[in-house]
Write a protein that binds this ligand. Structure first.
Ligand code: BGC
Ligand code: ZN
Length: 365
C-alpha cells in the first residue's frame, strides 16, 4: 500500500512509498483510513528535528490526526467492524499515570505516539492500533471528525485550566488566545462555547479567513500589527498556542490576578533578557498560574466529540471552513508545503475520491 513516510532525523525526507500492509492481530484493530490531517508536528518531523521509527522499521509513516473505519477487529468490544473511529495518539508505558488511563500525563517518558514516536501513523490506506484507544464518531460528524485530535489537545488545556482553578472561587470572563492556526481557532471556538469573551491574537491583518472564522464564533480577532499586545488589557485565561517565546513572555503581563495561562506550544531555543524577579513577584502577588499541557487522553477526545457537535450548532460550518484543502495521497506535498492562506490541509484516502477540493483562500493571513 502507498504511505506518506519520513526518515526521522533527515530533513525534507517526506515521500510516498509502497510499504507492507499491516495486519489484524489480537492486540490491534485494522483500520481503513478515510482522512488524515497534517499539522505543525508533521512538518517539524519532516524538518528532521523530531520523530522516531517503530522498533524494527527504518521509516516512520506519518499521520496522527486520523478518521478511519474499522475494517476488522478480533474479539468483542464496544468497537465493531464498520464503526467510524478516531484513534488517540499516545500509547502508555508502565508509569502510574499511564496505568491510570492518563498517558498524556506520562511520568517515565517511554510512551509511544502514532505517527510521531515509535509507532506508525495513518497516512496510508490501512493502519493498526490498540482498539482500547479508539473513539467512536457518529456518522453525521464524518466530514469534520478528523479534527477531533487537534480538538482534544485544546480540550485538555481547557479542562486542566478549569480543574486547576477549583482551588478558589473563580468566575472567568475574559480569555486571550495567542495564535490563529488550527489549534488557536479550535481553542477559540471551545472557549466561546463556555460563554467567555474571547480575543484571538495573531500577526495577520483582519479580513482574512482566519479572522472571519474567529468572528463567526463571536470572538474578537486582533491583529498585533494594528493593536500591540500591551494595549489589550487583562485576561483571566490565556492560552498560548503560537510557540513563540517572546509572545508568551509579553502575554504573561496580561494575566489578571488569580488568572491561569496555559502553554500549548513547543518553543524553539531562545535566550531572552527578562526581569525574572518581576516575573516571579507578579506570579506570587497575583496568585497566578502558568502551566504546560501536551497531548490528550480519552476523556478529552470524548468531550471533544460532543463539543464538535455543539460548535457546529452554535457557529455553523466554522469547522468545515477551516479545512482549506483536501488532497489525495499523491498530492501530499500540498500539506507539507502549505500556501500562505492555508489553515488545515487534509489527505483524503477514500477510494475513488481523487479530486482536489480547494476552497478559495483570502490572501492576507
Ligand atoms: C500532537 C500530540 C502530541 C504532540 C507531541 C502534537 O502535534 O497533537 O498528540 O503529543 O504533538 O508529540
Ligand atoms: Zn507513562
Amino acid at each position: 500500500m502507498k504511505a506518506v513516510i519520513v526518515k526521522p532525523g533527515e530533513k525534507d525526507s517526506v515521500h510516498l512509498e509502497d510499504v507492507p500492509r499491516p495486519t489484524l492481530s489480537s492486540s490491534n484493530a485494522l483500520l481503513k483510513i478515510k482522512r488524515v490531517g497534517i499539522d505543525g508536528t508533521d512538518i517539524e518531523i519532516n524538518s528532521g528535528s523530531y520523530g522516531e521509527c517503530p522498533t524494527g522499521s527504518d521509516y516512520l509513516i506519518l499521520g496522527h490526526e486520523c478518521l478511519a473505519v474499522v475494517e476488522d477487529i478480533e474479539g468483542s468490544s464496544s468497537i465493531q467492524k464498520g464503526d467510524l473511529v478516531v484513534p488517540t495518539v499516545r500509547r502508555p508505558d508502565d508509569c502510574p499515570n499511564c496505568m491510570n488511563g492518563e498517558p498524556d500525563m506520562c511520568l517515565k517518558g517511554e510512551y509511544k505516539e502514532h505517527g510521531i514516536r515509535g509507532l506508525h501513523g495513518f497516512a496510508s490506506e490501512f493502519g493498526v492500533t490498540d482498539p482500547n484507544f479508539l473513539i467512536k464518531i457518529p456518522q453525521d460528524l464524518e466530514n469534520i471528525g478528523v479534527l477531533l485530535e487537534p480538538v482534544s489537545v485544546a480540550e485538555k488545556g481547557i479542562y486542566h485550566t478549569f480543574k486547576i482553578q477549583e482551588r478558589l472561587k473563580w468566575t472567568p470572563r475574559k480569555a486571550l488566545v495567542l495564535g490563529s492556526g488550527p489549534l488557536g481557532l479550535l481553542t477559540t471556538f471551545l472557549l466561546r462555547l463556555k460563554g467567555l469573551e474571547v480575543s484571538t491574537v495573531a500577526r495577520g491583518a483582519r479580513g482574512s479567513l482566519k479572522s472571519q472564522l474567529v468572528e463567526r464564533a463571536g470572538a474578537e480577532y486582533v491583529s498585533t500589527a494594528e493593536k500591540p499586545l500591551n494595549t489589550l488589557g487583562k485576561f483571566d485565561i490565556i492560552m498560548e498556542v503560537t510557540g513563540v517565546s517572546s509572545v508568551a513572555v509579553d502575554a504573561q503581563q496580561l494575566l489578571n490576578a488569580n488568572g491561569v495561562m496555559c502553554f500549548l506550544g513547543v518553543y524553539p531555543p531562545n535566550t531572552l533578557s527578562l526581569d525574572v524577579g518581576k516575573a516571579y513577584t507578579d506570579l506570587v502577588l497575583g496568585n497566578r498560574t502558568y502551566f504546560g499541557s501536551v497531548n490528550a487522553n480519552k476523556r478529552d477526545f470524548e468531550i471533544g466529540v460532543s463539543d464538535i457537535r455543539q460548535i457546529e450548532k452554535n457557529f455553523p460550518a466554522v469547522l468545515r471552513d477551516m479545512i482549506t484543502k483536501t488532497v489525495p495521497l499523491s498530492e501530499y506535498k500540498a500539506a507539507f508545503y502549505p500556501d500562505k492562506g492555508d489553515i488545515k490541509i487534509l489527505l483524503d484516502l477514500s477510494a475513488g475520491e481523487k479530486e482536489t477540493k480547494v476552497t478559495p483562500l483570502e490572501d492576507s493571513i
